[in-house]
Structures are given as C-alpha cells and as structure tokens.
Design a protein around this ligand. Structure first.
Ligand SMILES: *[C@@H]1O[C@H](CO)[C@@H](O)[C@H](O)[C@H]1NC(C)=O
Ligand SMILES: *[C@@H]1O[C@H](CO)[C@@H](O)[C@H](O)[C@H]1NC(C)=O
Ligand SMILES: *[C@@H]1O[C@H](CO)[C@@H](O)[C@H](O)[C@H]1NC(C)=O
Length: 440
C-alpha cells in the first residue's frame, strides 16, 4: 500500500524526447492534486466534540427475528452467502433509502442520497450524465478506448458510470479514478478480477457500488492515463482491491470482495470521510487496512465508518486494522476470523457498536481485538469501546481507554442497533442481483 506516486525515469526521457520539457508539468499536476487533497482532508474532517451519553439499545430478547443459537452451535453461522429468494427487503437504513423501488433503474441517482456515517456527504457522479460501459477490454491504458471503464473514469466531469451488460473486466494496470464519479454495477453482473485493482488517489467524492472485485494481482506500472489531459509513469501497483490514497468522501457499498494479492481495501495517507457498507468480504488474509504507517501522523484525521458488512468465510485478520484515527465499526456480522477481527496500533479510537462476533472454535482465537507494538501500559489509554455487541462461541472484546471519549457529531455516527440484529441487517451484504424492471 505504500505507493510512490510517480517516478520520472530518465530512460523514458530518452525514449520520448518530445516529452522532456513536460516533466515539470507532470510533477506539478500531482503536486497540485496532493495539495488539493490535503485541503480536502482538513475540510471534511469532523472534530470530535460530542460526549455521547451511553447508547441505549432495544431489548433484543423481545424479538422473534433472532435465531441466535447462543454459543452452542455454529448453525447460525452463514457458510458462504446463501441465496435469498424472498421478496425484496431492505434491512438497514442505507438500503431503505433506495432499495425495493421498482423504478430503481430509472432512478439510479437516488443512491447518491443514501450514504451514512463519515462518508455521508458522498454523492459521486450525482451531477453528471450517465456513462455506459459497453466494452470490457483494457488494452490501451494510455489512450483508453471510448466505452471502456478506463475511458469513463478519466473524464474530468462528474459521471454516473453503469454497465450495458454483465462483464468480466481484467484491468491491465491499476484503474486510476478521478473525482466525482459513481461506478454503479447494478443491473449487470460486473467482475473486476484477475488483473489490477482500483486506485483512488488524491480524489474526492467517489461511490463504488455493486461490483465483484476479486483475484486482484500486482501490475508492473508504466505510462497510465489518470485524467483526460494527463498521463504519467506509475510504479508497480500492489494488488489491492481498492486503494484509497489521500482521498476524501469515499463510499463503498454492496461490493463483494475476495482474494486480492494485497489488501481488499486500504485507506492511507490522510484519507478520510469514508464509509464502507453492505459489503461481503471472504477468502483473504489482510482484509481492511486503515492507516499504513505508525510514523504518518496525518492519519489522525482519518475517520472511517464500517457498517452493515459481512466478514465471512476464509478471512484471517484486519477487519479492520486501524492506526491513528477514529473508526466506527457498527452493525457488522463477523462470522469468521483466523487470527483476530479488529486490531491496530498508534492509539486509534475504535467504537464497536452492535456487531455480532462468532469466534472460531480454537480456544486461543476467541479474542476479537489485537493491539500491535505497544505494552499494556500504553494501550490501556487507547479508546477501544464495545457497546451493544453480541458475542458468540466465546468471543470477547478487550476494551480499553475512556468510555466517555469524545466522538464526532452524532450525525456522522450511525445509530446502532443491538448486535443480535446484525445478521438480519447484513443479510443482503455484497453485490446485489438487480434485474431491470424488478425490485432490486
Ligand atoms: C490549500 O489551502 C491553503 C490554505 O487555505 C491555500 O492557500 C491553498 O491555495 C489551497 N490549495 C489548493 C490547491 O486548493
Ligand atoms: C457510560 O458507561 C460507563 C460504564 O458503565 C460509565 O463509566 C460512564 O460514566 C457512562 N457515561 C455516561 C456519559 O453516562
Ligand atoms: C455456552 O453457554 C453456556 C451458558 O449460556 C455455558 O454454560 C457454556 O459453557 C458455554 N459454552 C461455551 C463453549 O462457551
């Protein structure tokens, strides 16, 4: 995830002499983007000013929706994703904002009004026209062909990007997305797989919705177009599914992710105002990394909401792993981990509310939390709080720090329900099978 923006290699100058004079220009373009992005981080960071009195939770024992079988059985543990065949249902506030309307297709942009949590101001391509991707190829990354996803994401104007049909897109290099875009996979079965991943670097206001992203591999880099009017030499990409680098107002929703070479999602370098919701993560070691460096204090501004996701089969660790910033982990369903679920270093604040955690059977894996590079005398001051979580099969959360730690204004803190609701709230996590003319 440590990504070097651009390398100006001399052999390139020798190869393309006419571009020599432009090097300073390229350099300026990325410097300018970095500066704008830093300003965005300041603008969208929300100060921690509220002392929220202890959250109250509905009494879950009164509910018949609970099929919680306690700790005695793993029956309630979803093995993979069961196919739901019932009528359309929206089981959490984000989904209720747009799902189950028969006209979802005519009204796709309704989605732009539905983000919650720290990424709630994200509207993506709301102000833009629709761009229909018709061509799954990715042959020319410097002069992308019209109709390809790469041609769509380099446009400087806002765009709402959709897909004409189901397709597998094998990216030959990282897909460098510009600001004010929505990538909306609804209505098609779109897989980004067996190639490079998606990069959001120094951008703002991007929605990624309804994609399957898996088997992402590193790519060697090279000359890649990163805007209509700019391209440059990129170093190797690491093989992250989605890399969020110094970017703000990012909302990842209803994405299915597995088996990437590096992380599934990384957010680094002061990236903030991010919500990752309704997604289904499986078969991966390092799932979500939020902050990559113990020495980069700029990540203190990182504020990320992880809500309504299902952390499922074959996951090992980092769901998420946090540094420095403020992380709200709310109403997720954790059914598998092989090392730990939530971890971190460098005194992050982690508020875990209304999640369900089912520990693995092995007796030494029951602890949900893991602190790195700090003795207890140090980490006991980090605010890691568990409120309204449901613990099964012996799972336990080691709390630390001040229960009254200041939090951002409550409009950025999704109101939790008790963890025993998490299974229901995440039932439709992952990319949805939305068909034209039918409720989604
Ligand atoms: C960033 O903010 C500083 C201070 O407000 C301002 O002087 C500068 O012009 C801004 N830079 C950009 C690229 O917007
Ligand atoms: C919340 O609960 C904790 C632990 O029960 C208690 O120490 C703390 O004072 C409470 N905070 C408020 C604001 O009521
Ligand atoms: C399950 O819970 C019961 C009581 O609710 C307890 O007696 C038992 O030891 C628990 N089993 C495990 C494996 O934690």
């Amino acid at each position: 995830m440590e990504k070097v923006t651009l390398v100006f290699v001399l052999c390139f100058a020798a190869m393309v002499p006419s571009l020599v004079a432009d090097f300073a220009v390229y350099d300026t373009v990325w410097k300018q983007r970095a500066e704008e992005a830093r300003n965005m981080t300041m603008e969208y960071y929300v100060p921690n000013t509220d002392i929220i009195a202890n959250e109250t939770f509905d009494d879950p024992s009164a509910l018949d929706l609970i099929d919680a079988s306690g700790n005695s059985t793993r029956r309630n543990l979803r093995q993979g994703k069961r196919r739901y065949r019932g009528p359309c249902e929206a089981t959490n506030p984000i989904d209720r904002c747009w799902r189950c309307r028969p006209d979802w297709e005519a009204n796709r942009k309704q989605l732009a009004k539905c983000a919650l949590g720290f990424g709630r101001r994200t509207t993506g391509g709301l102000d833009g026209e629709i761009y229909v991707v018709t061509d799954p190829s990715d042959c020319d990354v410097r002069e992308p062909k019209p109709g390809t996803i790469r041609h769509a994401v380099i446009q400087k104007r806002p765009l709402w990007i959709i897909f004409a049909r189901s397709m597998n897109i094998k990216l030959s290099q990282e897909l460098i997305v510009t600001s004010h875009k929505t990538i909306d996979g609804r209505g098609a079965n779109v897989h980004i797989s067996y190639g490079a991943g998606i990069t959001l670097q120094f951008v703002t206001n991007v929605i990624i919705h309804g994609l399957h992203i898996h088997h992402i591999t590193p790519a060697n880099g090279g000359m890649i177009r990163d805007a209509e009017d700019h391209f440059g030499l990129r170093t190797r990409s690491d093989g992250d599914g989605i890399s969020i680098f110094g970017s703000t107002n990012i909302w990842v929703d209803h994405v299915s992710m597995s088996q990437c070479h590096d992380g599934l999602i990384d957010a680094v370098q002061g990236a903030t105002a991010i919500t990752i919701s309704n997604s289904h993560f499986t078969h991966h070691n390092d799932a979500i990394l939020l902050g990559a460096s113990d020495s980069f204090a700029g990540d203190q501004m990182m504020q990320v909401t992880i809500a309504y996701n299902h952390f499922g089969q074959g996951l090992v660790q980092r769901m998420p792993r946090c540094r420095w910033g403020f992380f709200h982990v709310v109403n997720n369903d954790y059914t598998h981990w092989l090392l730990y679920a939530i971890g971190g270093s460098k005194h992050p604040t982690i508020i875990s509310q209304g999640n369900r955690f089912i520990a693995p059977d092995a007796f030494h894996l029951k602890q949900i939390t893991k602190r790195d590079y700090a003795a207890e005398s140090e980490w006991k001051t980090w605010s890691w709080r568990s409120e309204g979580d449901a613990f099964m099969n012996g799972a336990y959360f080691v709390q630390s720090g001040d229960p009254n730690v200041k939090r951002p204004h409550r409009k950025y803190m999704i109101k939790p329900k008790h963890g025993l609701y998490a299974t229901r709230m995440t039932r439709h996590a992952g990319a949805l099978d939305c068909r034209r003319g039918r409720k989604c």
